[in-house]
Structures are given as structure tokens and as C-alpha cells.
Design a protein around this ligand. Structure first.
Ligand SMILES: NC(=O)c1ccc[n+]([C@@H]2O[C@H](COP(=O)([O-])OP(=O)(O)OC[C@H]3O[C@@H](n4cnc5c(N)ncnc54)[C@H](OP(=O)(O)O)[C@@H]3O)[C@@H](O)[C@H]2O)c1
Length: 231
């Protein structure tokens, strides 16, 4: 599915009832995107959508089951804990062919979440691209932005978003999504590079604990303008 230029793509956020997915969905809804929160439970998704719509003026979120939400979207965003990443993708794989999948998964291994854990083969996101094949363009992003910041609309998010993916056009779509969420997306190369963003989150969690802060992040220095564009 080609994203037509000038038209905002429809977004589904799977696991959108959670902290990270809910925060991203809220920001995109406020930016004018049509966003559906996906969940294993339609009731939970609808209740969360209603709650956010009431709490944040201008939000127009909808709720649906993960599969229904993914069917209707052009860009599908995956925000579930690592343990459920593969099963959630398997549930929607038939309806996301030709689409962009933005995977936010960090392969944390509770309880030692401040210790870098990489799954067999390196990156959790690369394993999803392998599972889906090349007809789904998988992009890795938003692993280093704390959910704490996403619903705080009053403060700017200083954490840059590393965007990795093998398809440059798909990466551009996600750079636009970062911008719509009032973040700076930075092209960070092919999907295999996602391993760095995935690992970095454990370091940031450790920094949060050590310095007693809610959401440490990273900022790429040396860039002029908003992004450098594709490499
Ligand atoms: N929180 C952060 O600050 C943060 C920052 C960067 C990256 N991330 C990454 O983003 C992802 C989501 O994080 P989160 O903190 O939002 O997680 P979360 O709140 O713990 O869970 C997100 C959603 O996952 C769904 N879920 C729970 N158990 C499931 C299961 N057995 N099968 C399928 N879905 C299940 C739930 O939705 P339903 O019950 O409605 O289906 C839940 O609302 C994780 O991979 C995390 O590492 C999080």
C-alpha cells in the first residue's frame, strides 16, 4: 500500500491502551490523524479512547480490537510488551500485508530491565521483519522516548527518535509521525541498526533510577535544521 503524499495515513496503535501506545496515539490524534487504539478487548480500547477524548480537547480517538484496527489502517504501530510482540503480530499478519509496521518494542527482560538484553539474532524488531517478509515495511522507532513525556503536552520532548528501517520512504513516513507528535525523528539507517535503539532503553531506565528522573532521553548533536534526510 502506497501512502499518498499530502494525505495523512490512517493509524492503528496495537496495545494502544497502554502507556506508550496511548501517548503516541493521543499526540497523532491531536495533530489531525485518524487514529484507532487497538486492544485485545474492544471495550477496553473504546473506554480508553473515550477517556482520552474527554481529557484532551481536540482528541478524536476510536477504539477497536487489534485485528480490526490493523485492517482499517495504513500505518500500524506496535506497542505491546516484548513478551507479547510476536503473538500480537501473528494475530494481525494477514491484514497488514503491503502496509507499514512501526515497531516500538524494547526487548526488556523483567525484573532486570536496566540491563541490556538482546534476543537471539540481536534485534527484536528485525525478527518481526523476518517473520513478515518484505511485503510489510517494518520501521523501528520511539523506543527511547519515555511514556512519561508523551502525555505531558505542556513540555517539549527533548528526546530524539531514532528511526531505523530498510525502506527509506517508510522511514520518511515515520519521521513525519515523529514531527506530528512534536518530536524530532532522525534517520538512523537500516533496520538492523534498531539493535542500538532497543539496547539504549535499558541504559536510559538505569539513568532514570540512578538520577531519580522520570524520563531520560538522547539528543543527537551536530544536526542543522530538523533532520538530515536519508543517508
Ligand atoms: N512505557 C514506556 O515508557 C516505553 C518507552 C519506550 C518503549 N516502550 C515499549 O513500548 C511497548 C509498550 O510499552 P507500555 O509501557 O505501553 O506497555 P504496557 O502498558 O505494559 O502494555 C501495553 C499494552 O499491551 C497489551 N498487552 C498486555 N498483555 C498482553 C498480552 N498478553 N498479549 C497482547 N497484548 C498485551 C495491553 O493492551 P490490551 O490489554 O488492551 O490488549 C497493554 O495495554 C513495550 O514494548 C515497551 O518496551 C515503552
Amino acid at each position: 500500500m502506497k501512502i499518498s503524499s499530502g494525505k495523512l495515513p490512517k493509524i492503528a496503535v496495537l496495545g494502544g491502551t497502554g502507556d506508550q501506545g496511548g501517548g503516541l496515539a493521543l499526540r497523532w490524534s491531536l495533530a489531525g490523524y485518524h487514529v484507532t487504539l487497538g486492544s485485545r478487548s474492544v471495550e477496553r480500547a473504546s473506554a480508553m479512547a473515550d477517556q482520552l477524548n474527554k481529557q484532551y480537547k481536540g482528541a478524536k480517538l476510536e477504539g477497536a480490537g487489534n485485528r480490526v484496527a490493523a485492517s482499517a489502517a495504513e500505518v500500524v504501530v506496535l506497542t505491546v510488551p516484548y513478551k507479547f510482540q510476536r503473538a500480537t503480530v501473528e494475530e494481525v499478519c494477514e491484514v497488514i500485508d503491503g502496509k507499514i509496521l512501526v515497531d516500538v518494542t524494547v526487548p526488556l527482560m523483567p525484573p532486570k530491565v536496566a540491563r541490556v538484553h538482546l534476543p537471539e539474532g540481536g534485534s527484536a524488531v528485525v525478527s518481526i521483519q523476518k517473520l513478515l517478509g518484505s511485503s510489510v515495511r517494518v520501521v523501528s522507532a520511539f523506543q527511547n522516548v519515555s511514556a512519561q513525556h508523551l502525555r505531558n503536552l505542556d513540555e517539549p520532548i527533548e528526546c530524539d527518535v531514532l528511526v531505523c528501517g530498510d525502506d527509506v520512504e517508510a522511514r520518511e513516513v515515520v519521521i513525519d509521525l515523529a514531527k506530528a507528535g512534536r518530536m524530532r525523528g532522525v534517520h538512523a539507517g537500516p533496520l538492523v541498526n534498531s539493535v542500538v535503539a532497543e539496547a539504549l532503553t535499558s541504559i536510559l531506565i538505569g539513568i532514570n533510577r540512578r538520577y531519580k528522573v522520570p524520563g531520560a532521553g538522547i539528543s543527537i548533536t551536530g544536526l542543522s535544521g530538523e533532520t538530515t534526510g536519508p543517508r
